[in-house]
Design a protein around this ligand. Structure first.
Ligand code: 5AD
Ligand code: SF4
Length: 458
């Protein structure tokens, strides 16, 4: 392609967001320039999500935009829809030129060369290919927070989930490679690291045998690191040593995302979640017994096939028992290739909708109650942005709560605070976050100190 301009749009989870950063890094190394709009780019890439039908429909909607006239542009479908639908995408959307799943991103340079050489309908769909981990340097979106993949794929095989098909079997990256990238991130002035994996805590070093807890602890010890988070954890592999690592190092955030999916043991079995309600609650108990207050969040599916009113009520009672700081709830979406698609007793859409609303209503009340307990406290907030309209900085606490704050006393004197860590007194609480006032600036990012034009980068 003579014109090496590209546009990339990302759908779905943090894993996809970070995959796009890796793809961008790779394209930059090959002389491609990113454009903010698809109209201005020769190569258009959609990094897609297929976890629920709605996400997949969004992708085909985007592809439809180019159906009549793709104006000589090359169009590529990356990610989960690419892997899951494979070559059938060329039938649904004949104007697509490239289909490539995440396990084949290391082959993108060759695939793009083939497109340049005039080939059409080029695919990278092999799930056995060796690793996307060690792609060249990722081009990270955010100068203050970094994603870091430590494990790819998933072996859990939940009966409703496409991920084992779209991302392949579980494989852990070597701890040496993870530590090398983490050191590079922190040496570059980024103090906040989120470790990523579909089942992040199932990590086990393929060579040195490091456990997830050991890796977590080692990253928390690196110079320049202030916060380490990880997502998503699976309850089955959530061991006490992870809590111990958090207990012994304040840089490991007071927040754990632990999807439960349902509060009914009967449904958990049919979802193949590998734990019962009681076993899950025992893990929660262990986390709550930590010497620091660790906030919890979760994912819930409502309306799984066979979910009765009784099952649903068990989910509501679990929410009341655990008291999650936040929650993602989804209506069950039947996915091609998954076992639960053929299960009996699909719950009608109306019922799913109703259950979702009831669950979210309850969760809002719980969140408001928990957030109100924070009023009066001084919290450590990482500043992520600024809300012009409200003249407030957007912050995030170690418990992963949003804490927006003003600076009525002019303590920061109009200084750029993005990337800074601030002490903020909480003055108000709502169901979705906290409001506060700046007390002091605890830490300024190195990048911000050396680059006065930082805000231009964002
Ligand atoms: N339908 C609805 N929600 C789903 N999830 C995964 N598969 C499905 C599905 N088929 C949800 C789970 C998971 C989150 C990422 O998406 O709650 O934890
Ligand atoms: Fe999907 Fe289950 Fe694996 Fe999570 S653990 S990615 S829900 S198969």
């Amino acid at each position: 392609m003579a014109d090496k301009t590209y546009y990339i749009e990302t759908f779905g989870c943090q894993m996809n967001v970070h995959d796009s950063e890796k793809v961008r890094g790779m394209l930059a190394m090959r002389g491609y320039e990113q454009r903010a709009s698809a109209d201005d780019a020769q190569l258009i890439l959609y990094n897609t999500c297929s976890i629920r039908d709605k996400a997949e429909q969004k992708v085909f909607h985007r592809l439809d935009l180019w159906k009549r006239d793709s104006k000589g542009k090359k169009i590529g479908v990356l990610g989960c829809v690419a892997q899951h639908n494979g070559e059938s995408i060329f039938e649904t959307a004949p104007h697509v030129d490239l289909v490539c799943g995440s396990a084949s991103y290391n082959q993108l340079p060759q695939l793009l060369d083939r497109l340049d050489a005039g080939e059409s309908r080029v695919t990278g769909l092999n799930l056995d290919t060796d690793e996307t981990f060690d792609l060249p340097v990722a081009e990270r979106d955010n100068p203050h927070s970094a994603f870091l993949t430590i494990i790819e794929g998933c072996n859990k095989n939940c009966s409703y989930c496409v991920v084992p098909f779209t991302r392949g079997p579980e494989r852990s990256r070597s701890s040496a490679s993870v530590m090398e990238e983490a050191a590079r991130i922190s040496a570059g002035g980024i103090a906040d690291i989120t470790l990523l994996g579909q089942t992040v805590n199932s990590y086990r070093d393929p060579s040195a045998g490091w456990s997830f807890a050991k890796l977590l602890a080692a990253i928390g010890e690196l110079d320049g690191v202030r916060r380490v988070r990880f997502t998503t954890s699976h309850p089955q592999d959530f061991t006490r040593d992870i809590v111990e690592a958090i207990e012994s190092n304040e840089r490991l955030c007071d927040w754990i995302h632990l999807p439960v999916q349902s509060g009914s043991s009967r449904l958990l079995a049919s979802m193949r979640r590998t734990y019962s309600r009681d076993q899950y609650l025992r893990v929660i108990e262990m986390i709550k017994a930590a010497n620091r207050q660790i906030a919890l969040s979760t994912d819930i599916i409502v309306g799984f096939p066979g979910e009765t009113q009784q099952d649903f009520e068990e989910t509501l009672s679990l929410l009341q028992e655990v008291e999650y700081a936040s929650l993602f709830a989804f209506k069950y979406s039947p996915r091609k290739g998954t076992d639960s698609m053929d299960y009996a007793d699909h719950v009608p859409e109306e019922e799913k909708k109703e259950r979702l609303a009831i669950l979210q209503g309850l969760q809002q009340r719980i969140q408001r109650k928990l957030n109100e307990r924070r009023v009066g406290l001084v919290e450590d907030a990482l500043v992520e942005g600024y809300r012009e309209k409200f003249q407030q900085w957007i912050g995030r606490t170690t418990q992963n709560r949003v804490l927006n704050f003003a600076d009525p006393e002019g303590i920061a004197a109009d200084e750029e605070l993005r990337g800074a860590y601030c002490n903020v007194r909480v003055t108000k609480a709502g169901p979705n976050g906290l409001i506060g006032e700046l007390v002091s600036v605890e830490y300024r990012p190195r990048a911000a100190r050396s680059s006065p034009a930082l805000h231009v980068l964002q």
